[in-house]
Design a protein around this ligand. Structure first.
Ligand SMILES: [Zn+2]
Length: 92
């Protein structure tokens, strides 16, 4: 990979397809369930005890543009390709 980068010389920074700004990273939001233990306390009120926030949800990460906040990708492979500047979509 190093050789390939040297041959390319200047790496073109990918542009957000939504706002057109050059971005060198994406905001990756990784959803998880927050698990609480719900009990009733001695006053009869609901009591929430935090248990865990590491359980993955059954849908994947979303990748947002840091400039405009639009969701650009929901697929990790596509997001990585985009940041490498090798997306197959050329808007020309
Ligand atoms: Zn943008």
């Amino acid at each position: 990979m190093v050789y390939e980068e040297e041959m390319l010389g200047v790496i073109n920074m990918p542009k957000s397809p939504k706002c057109g700004k050059e971005i060198n990273y994406l905001r990756d939001f990784s959803p998880v369930w927050q698990e609480y233990k719900l009990t009733i306390d001695k006053n009869g009120d609901a009591d929430y005890e935090f248990v865990d926030n590491t359980t993955s949800m059954d849908f994947g990460d979303i990748y947002e543009c840091p400039e405009c906040g639009e969701v650009l990708f929901t697929d990790e492979e596509e997001a990585v390709k985009f940041l490498r500047g090798k997306t197959s979509e050329k808007g020309e």
